[in-house]
Design a protein around this ligand. Sequence first.
Ligand code: UD1
Length: 320
Amino acid sequence: MAKVLVIGGAGYIGSHVVKALLKSGHGVAVYDNLSTGQKINLFKEAEFIEGDILDTAALQKAMSGGFDAVVHLAAKKAVGESMEKPEIYSTNNICGSLNILNAMVGCGVRNLVFSSSAAVYGMPEYLPIDEKHPFHPLNYYGFTKLEIEKYMEWYSRLKDFRYMALRYFNAIGYDAEGDIRGREIGSQNLLPIVMDVAAGRREKLSVFGRDYETRDGTCIRDYVHVSDLARAHVLAIEKLMAGAESDSLNLGTGKGTSVDEMIQAAEKVVGRKLNVEYAGRRAGDPAVLVASYDKAKKVLGWEPAYTDVEEIIRTTWNIE
Ligand code: UD1
């Protein structure tokens, strides 16, 4: 069994990773500054250290707890904001990640599972997107994830250090057992906004573009359940500890769902029509993003358990 430090473990994806690790019998400590993470997402079985990845002394201290592996999910992730305030993303995502890498090599912690993103690829040149697809991020957020992957690659050559970068496509859903209930606050992503409309916290949903070359004109994405993502982190740690080489892996379902289809599925789940308006395109949105997860299947033996978006949306509606 591994002893794992989950940085960003009070956040949306991080809390699901903590649950999956605990469920598999691993020891867990969470390091989180609670900027977007929430105390309600913490598990009593996991030690909690409140700290920031920009506080190198606190990070070093936390890292010296005799860990076998680190999962790093502490990042800013609002694509639009990253284009307006790149300096925040440089500091938090890039400098913060370098602090983590340096603390790891300083404390002799060898294995890192890193929360990367489909945003490293940019406009798809072919579909489904596999890991050999060229990297042309369309936004600064995606650029920061790509840069961190490059730093990890260098550290793996130069130091006793190994990593798995997990490139998530669109993470949605909540723990089906209801153990994680911290609703994301202020998220700019589609499903949280749909849920805000459904729950009456927001008046309407704007659909960004219906003139794309897709089956109904709205953008298509690959929505993957957060508990499936979480399970991949556990497998990645176990593989690294068993001697696997460093790697970068896509995590998606291989299935695309349009914005209109998401709305229809959500309407079925909540049992009524939602207030939707059609607006113009959002800058930098590719028409279609769908993953090939063949490599994750081969390397980790991972496959998504959830493939039906309606079922996934229901796990989110359950926490309302
Ligand atoms: C983006 C990143 C993804 C990242 C995620 C984290 C890209 C290409 N993708 O996903 O890698 O992990 O952010 O935040 O950079 N939409 C609406 N109305 C809304 C909100 C969204 O129509 O109010 C549409 C978008 O145009 C898009 C889809 O819903 O087609 C999903 O959007 P969103 O949830 O923001 O995620 P991505 O931009 O796909």
